[in-house]
Write a protein that binds this ligand. Structure first.
Ligand code: FCB
Length: 438
């Protein structure tokens, strides 16, 4: 169905994880508290009432996990650094033990022939910074730059890429407007203010990192969900543009054009963020690459998002829509002066259960990955400059507001014993990487 030979020979294939979702060891070696530790303790926030205290215990089992990566045959691993391990107070004093952990991890990857692709911020903001407003407080921008310099100073020379932020839409609008993620606030103007400060933190960090002479390619990772109209009714079409503006263009336009989209500014009115002179120039700092996370599309209507009849859905209730990836990449190429792209996340949750033969058979996940890789190959053949693809995720893990109730891993994790077991999808990816046609 799809084979590695459809991609350029130097195309990078990997798997991705994030610190809070896998590490556990929440109170060890000087780690401070993050906003997700707090959020998990608030009743009703996490569907199964769980938290990240143990997660996959990756903090202790990292060598075993790196062996899984090596045996899978991936070129690359994308992971994030937990800011509260590096600066428990979110500012000032650096916790050496925290930096040492990631230092060992990077060396462990390189020793196994696996590239390190690192994200500085995958949502675990130190709680002390939230106590003064979190991303609502412009002060946090400077704190992020300090933190970025500390991490890059120690690891930078060994990283293949360094991303500032993972999915600023989630860290701002989903967290400060829609209230679904930490810190769980619900005001549109707060979501937009948080988004502006995240983008500014990204831009200032890029400028500061480059000024140190660091040569690692620098970028940002956006979750993009292309919006399609449910019908040709003008109300549905207008809603499609607004959904695209809210989820995609609000981030793409400032980063790649140095301006917020004017149609959205008109909709937001008094809720627009306070943009100071020079902010957009900083936000538009040239990117060495753009990371994109793609899972599904949005089907927009004036009545709100629709579920297309007859479509397939994953356990997240996300529609399986591979051609959205092809269309997204080709549209971006047309609409923006785009740097090289990495698909930093793509994958699917299904309620995997152990079969009587002791194995985890997950044909739906295999099909999802095959179809998205085929869609990606089609986009590259259509001229999209994509350099790599990462499956979300190596392991089943803490899926944010869903707790442990959603499984995205190529490896099953038994949360009682923490045992990792390859699913059929892990074996399939391994053979795909070896070049076996399937
Ligand atoms: C993305 C997140 C990642 C994971 C997947 C399923 O939005 O970046 O941490 O939860 O969704």
């Amino acid at each position: 169905m799809v084979s590695r030979s459809e991609f350029p020979p130097d195309f990078t294939f990997g798997v991705a994880t994030a610190s809070f979702q896998i590490e556990g060891a929440a109170r060890e070696d000087g780690r401070g508290q993050s906003i997700w530790d707090t959020f998990c303790r608030e009743p009703g926030r996490i569907r199964d009432g769980s938290d990240g205290d143990v997660a996959c215990d990756h903090y202790h089992r990292w060598e075993e996990d790196l062996d899984l990566l090596r045996d899978l045959g991936v070129d690359a691993y994308r992971f994030s650094v937990a800011w509260p391990r590096i600066q428990p107070d979110g500012r000032g004093k650096v916790n050496g033990a925290g930096l040492d952990f990631y230092d060992r991890l990077v060396d462990g990857l390189l020793a196994r022939g696996v590239q390190a692709h690192t994200t500085l911020y995958h949502w675990d903001l130190p709680q002390p910074l939230q106590n003064t407003g979190g991303w609502l407080d412009r002060e946090v921008v400077g704190r992020f730059v300090d933190y970025a310099l500390v991490v890059a100073g120690r690891l930078g020379d060994r990283l293949t890429t360094l991303s500032t932020l993972n999915e600023p839409w989630c860290a701002s609008l989903l967290s400060y407007h829609l209230g679904a993620h930490a810190p769980g606030l619900r005001e549109r103007r707060w979501g937009l203010r948080a988004a502006h400060h995240l983008l500014l933190a990204h831009g200032q960090a890029l400028v500061a990192l480059r000024s140190t002479g660091l040569r690692t390619p620098l970028g940002i990772v956006l979750n993009l969900s292309p919006a399609y109209p449910f019908s040709d009714d003008p109300a549905d079409v207008a809603r499609t543009a607004a959904d695209d503006g809210y989820a995609n263009r609000w981030f793409l336009d400032p980063l790649l054009r140095g301006e917020y989209p004017s149609d959205m500014c008109a909709i937001y009115g008094d809720d627009n963020p306070d943009v100071q002179d020079g902010d957009l120039r900083v936000i538009q700092a040239p990117l060495d690459f753009l990371g994109i996370n793609y899972y599904t599309r949005t089907l927009s209507s004036a009545q709100g998002p629709q579920r297309p009849a007859g479509a397939e859905f994953t356990h997240m209730d996300w529609e399986v829509y591979p051609q959205g990836l092809t269309e997204l990449l080709l549209r971006l190429r047309k609409d923006y002066a785009l740097p090289p792209v990495y698909i930093m996340e793509n994958g699917a949750a299904y309620p995997d259960e152990r079969s009587p033969d002791g194995q985890f058979h997950d044909p739906q996940r295999v099909a999802y990955l095959q179809r998205h890789l085929a869609a990606l190959a089609q986009a590259t053949q259509g001229g999209a400059d994509v350099r790599g693809y990462f499956v979300w995720s190596l392991l089943d893990n803490f899926e944010w507001a869903f707790g442990y109730s959603r499984r995205f891993g190529l490896f099953h994790v038994d949360y009682a014993t923490l045992q990792r077991t390859p699913k059929d999808s892990a074996r399939w990816y391994q053979s795909f990487l070896k070049g076996v046609q399937s």
